[in-house]
Design a protein around this ligand. Structure first.
Ligand SMILES: Nc1ncnc2c1ncn2[C@@H]1O[C@H](COP(=O)(O)OP(=O)(O)OP(=O)(O)O)[C@@H](O)[C@H]1O
Ligand SMILES: Nc1ncnc2c1ncn2[C@@H]1O[C@H](COP(=O)(O)OP(=O)(O)OP(=O)(O)O)[C@@H](O)[C@H]1O
Ligand SMILES: [Mg+2]
Ligand SMILES: [Mg+2]
Lengths: 257, 257
């Protein structure tokens, strides 16, 4: 059975896409088969895995809007062995208004994704846009777990309560078993007072699990998207690769809980 | 006549809110009167100017949804002389779906803002969420100009085309005179190859103006939101304050064009 993990935070620029790509790389390296699903109209996950969003014939938009029933027709292999991709393209920016009055609009992704991935993949990572609209809600309804990157910065801390409220609402009716896999501290700089203060505050955000692994800001993680491959492949001995490998081990351990 | 400037980019975390607050601080210091309008449900502009979003009685949401006709009833003074605020609160996250079928839904903000600010303020800065939905569209229709922060990073460069398309569509029908005031390069690090490469690419994004001023990543700019005041007040001699003062001078110069 595939573990479906949504990577979400309404706050922009906290490292959702970077985490999806890097974690996928670390899991693939361990021999797991991974499907990445790009639910962001910016298609950063698609670009970061080396796929040209303007050249894909069909994307996740056609699956959500019902013009393409089968996932199989949109999923592509990537340059990294073990990682497949359901890409996004510009059409996805019109999808929310296309599906807003569809019956069961929040469950479209779940109904198509779950039957298709269960005997094909070990992990499915869904990259969400920086919003709490229907694309993110579809991802949270389809997912078993949600991983929440939180920057060790003032504004990022404030963004958590909106997402937490939406997760609570989804648990009540659409996805009773959705659990918060954990909060991942990103852009952490232990040399600054701001970094250390924010880390302490994140640990008190509620009784949610905070991963032991913290992700620092490094030049190589910023450069990785240009290569179209995860940091674990592009700069295998770098600090960023090591951190995301540690995260992958924690994610695997928490799956056995 | 007030100059209304929207600060927008669909890409998350590029420094939209930080630019709105810091530029407001630099303009207020020069004696201009500034209104900041928070169109992001995360209410980061509101928090960054020292106002508790959960404690405001009325916010921009009530103005957009028509329950509160007058801007005057939501605008608050801030701790910084010369800067007033039309705050956001959690209600704003429901506003897009509330106004989606209203007549003239794209022009609600313009019709209420323009008559109210013209003899009260010199500048109006509108902070947008990291989306291209109705809240951002309302801001772009109400604005004379749009300032686009672009991180000197791979994903941020890719985000520009979506916004450019929307601006083109708005110019055709809803706001013929909307002009791109300029692209502001943020998180610029001249010591890295990535930084220098991305800066060169931003300069070739089209025939748009790129501000001479570049904003570097500094600890004091990350700390400023905790103080509830702009960097120009909180750390007046810092590099961040100097950079945003230089930006203010460029913004004023380009207004006389
Ligand atoms: N640990 C890191 N070190 C250096 N750069 C990073 C790191 N993590 C992310 N970045 C860079 O910072 C920017 C923001 O990260 P990313 O795009 O992954 O965030 P996001 O949350 O997906 O953003 P959005 O909200 O727009 O979807 C990107 O340009 C990315 O390359
Ligand atoms: N020049 C800078 N130096 C250091 N930190 C910065 C700088 N500019 C912004 N920041 C910090 O980086 C984070 C992202 O900036 P900010 O929130 O202003 O971006 P945004 O584009 O408004 O994000 P969103 O897309 O979520 O609205 C914030 O935590 C902010 O405090
Ligand atoms: Mg992203
Ligand atoms: Mg912001």
């Amino acid at each position: 059975v595939a573990r479906i993990i949504a990577i979400s935070n309404q706050k922009g620029g906290v490292g959702k896409t970077t985490t999806a790509i890097s974690l996928a790389g670390a899991l693939a390296e361990l021999g797991f088969s991974v499907l990445c699903v790009d639910m962001d109209p910016q298609a950063n996950l698609t670009a970061g895995l080396g796929v040209d969003a303007s050249a894909v014939g069909r994307s996740i938009a056609s699956v959500l809007e019902g013009t393409d029933q089968a996932f199989a027709s949109v999923v592509l292999p990537t340059e990294t062995p073990g990682i497949d991709l359901a890409p996004a393209d510009l059409d996805l920016s019109a999808t929310e208004s296309q599906i807003i009055s569809a019956i069961g609009r929040e469950q479209i992704l779940r109904d198509l994704l779950r039957p298709w991935v269960d005997d094909r993949y070990d992990f499915v990572l869904i990259d969400c846009p920086p919003t709490l609209g229907l694309l993110t809600i579809n991802a949270l309804v389809a997912a078993d777990e949600v991983l929440i990157p939180v920057q060790a910065q003032f504004f990022s801390l404030k963004g958590f309560s909106g997402l937490n409220r939406v997760i609570g609402q989804i648990r009540k009716s659409l996805n009773r078993d959705l659990r918060i896999l954990g909060l991942l501290v990103t852009f952490y700089d232990p040399r600054t007072l701001l970094g250390r203060d924010m880390l302490a505050e994140i640990r008190e955000l509620g009784d949610h699990h905070v991963f032991e692994t913290q992700i620092r800001q490094t030049v190589k993680l910023g450069e990785a998207p240009l290569t179209g491959r995860p940091i674990t492949a592009h700069a295998s001995t770098s600090e960023g690769a090591r951190a995301y490998r540690a995260l992958a081990r924690e994610v695997i351990e928490r799956g056995q809980a």
